[in-house]
Design a binder for this molecule. Structure first.
Ligand code: HGY
Ligand code: MN
Ligand code: MN
Length: 416
């Protein structure tokens, strides 16, 4: 069997290969349903098949590779992550999890080893939610929990999710009926770069995730009155962008004042968008996260009140639309302990740490035990083309998966 280091080199090459599949020539952006994602899925499908797996696509277009166990049709241990990306992304967020899972199955295939369970490698078609402002679209459809109403969501070009699924070769009606790609499963294990500085600070290649933060996505609009930049006196303006700016700083101040709370306005658009016109309408996104759901809920209520108070004082209307509300998710203690044991066996100290980023494990957790391995990344940088993971650390993650699979007992399917 190729050593974990050789398979890590191959995984690194494949991360580079997938990095070429982008919607934009000079940076990596790979949203749901785009030709770039189709190319990435097709390339990955070829690699899955070369590792002795059968492959299928579910109704949303998630890619599933299956490596049979000793008993055909046995419940599966699920490994993997997502292949979509944010805008101007790094090359490891998502693909690292899919390609290390593939590397672990390559090890089984090369040894002609069959486990008591099957192993399925999942490449989710949308985790980031960039195109339709969702969370965990792929994994939610995979487990059949995507609300049918989400199919009417539209992207910036007014294309609905329903239309995008059909154009991507999927079956929107099956998604609406909750028919996803999930079969009998014993658990989910995902490898992901940490997207934070803790492992690097401790000098550790990998860690195990204790819990995943809860999060809200909110769409906020401020509607004032467009006007002439030169002729409207300052005390007669209903400037939507000035109101939005005051709100952005209020969100930042609230997060700075509340331990563990993070608030981010990542998108903002002012209309009509001319330098000599007072903005009449501003739309912005709010991303709110905290490990404790009660603290996050209180912050969301306070920030909505702050937005409305700013609007009232400035004569600007406020629209507040809750897009997603995802609870904090603890990882399964038993499966996490098995991961910790595999890390300890690979001679790495075991560090348990929370995730400030959301992951597909959140959507799968109601249906099966979930656990995650974090891999050290340079400077903790992610959602940025400077994202970087060392090949030696990828080898450690693959070695941990090898040990986890080697310790896998007979299944008790837990598909809920
Ligand atoms: O936003 C997140 O935490 C993840 O990258 N989707
Ligand atoms: Mn991400
Ligand atoms: Mn990710």
């Amino acid at each position: 069997m190729a050593a974990a280091t050789d398979r890590a080199a191959r995984a690194m090459e494949r991360c580079e290969a997938l990095n070429a599949f982008s919607e934009e020539p000079a940076r990596l952006t790979r949203r749901y349903g785009t030709p770039a994602l189709r190319q990435a899925m097709n390339a990955t499908e070829g690699w899955l098949r070369s590792a002795g797996m059968t492959t299928r696509r579910d109704a949303l277009g998630n890619l599933i590779g299956r490596y049979e166990g000793a008993t055909p049709g046995a419940p599966a241990l699920l490994l993997g992550s997502h292949l979509d990306s944010v805008r101007d992304a790094g090359k490891f967020d998502g693909p690292l999890g899919v390609l290390t899972a593939l590397a672990a199955v390559e090890g089984l295939h090369e040894r002609r080893e069959r486990l008591p369970v099957a192993v399925e490698v999942i490449a989710f078609a949308d985790e980031e939610g960039v195109r339709f402002r969702t969370a965990f679209l792929g994994s939610s459809a995979f487990v059949g929990s995507l609300e049918a109403s989400k199919l009417e969501a539209v992207d910036d070009d007014e294309v609905s999710l329903r239309e995008a699924i059909a154009a991507f070769g999927g079956d929107p009606d099956a998604v609406a009926r909750g028919e996803g790609g999930l079969g009998p499963a014993v658990g989910w294990v995902e490898v992901h770069l940490e997207q934070g500085p803790r492992l690097e600070g401790l000098g550790l290649p990998v860690g195990v995730v204790s819990a995943i933060v809860g999060m809200n996505k909110v769409a906020v609009a401020f509607e004032g009155e467009a006007g002439h930049a030169g002729t409207v006196a300052m005390d007669r303006r209903r400037d939507a962008l000035a109101a939005a700016a005051e709100f952005v700083l209020a969100a930042e101040a609230a997060a700075r004042a509340t331990a563990g709370l993070v608030a981010t306005v990542g998108q903002i658009a002012a209309e009509p968008g001319a330098s000599n016109v007072i903005p009449g309408l501003v739309r912005l996104s709010l991303d709110l996260r905290h490990p404790a759901d009660g603290v996050r809920a209180a912050a969301r209520v306070d920030l909505e009140e702050a937005a409305r108070a700013i609007g009232a004082r400035r004569g600007v209307g406020v629209a507040w639309e809750r897009l997603t509300d995802t609870p904090a998710t603890p990882c399964d203690p038993a499966l996490t302990d098995r991961l910790a044991a595999a890390i300890a066996e690979s001679d790495s100290p075991v560090e348990r740490l929370p995730s400030g980023a959301g992951h597909d494990a959140v959507a799968l957790a109601p249906r099966m035990p979930v656990a995650m391995i974090f891999v050290r990344c340079a400077g903790g940088v992610s959602h940025n083309p400077a994202e970087s993971v060392a090949e030696a650390d990828i080898a450690v993650a693959i070695d941990v998966l090898d040990r986890l699979l080697g310790a896998t007992e007979a299944p008790r399917a837990v598909r809920r």
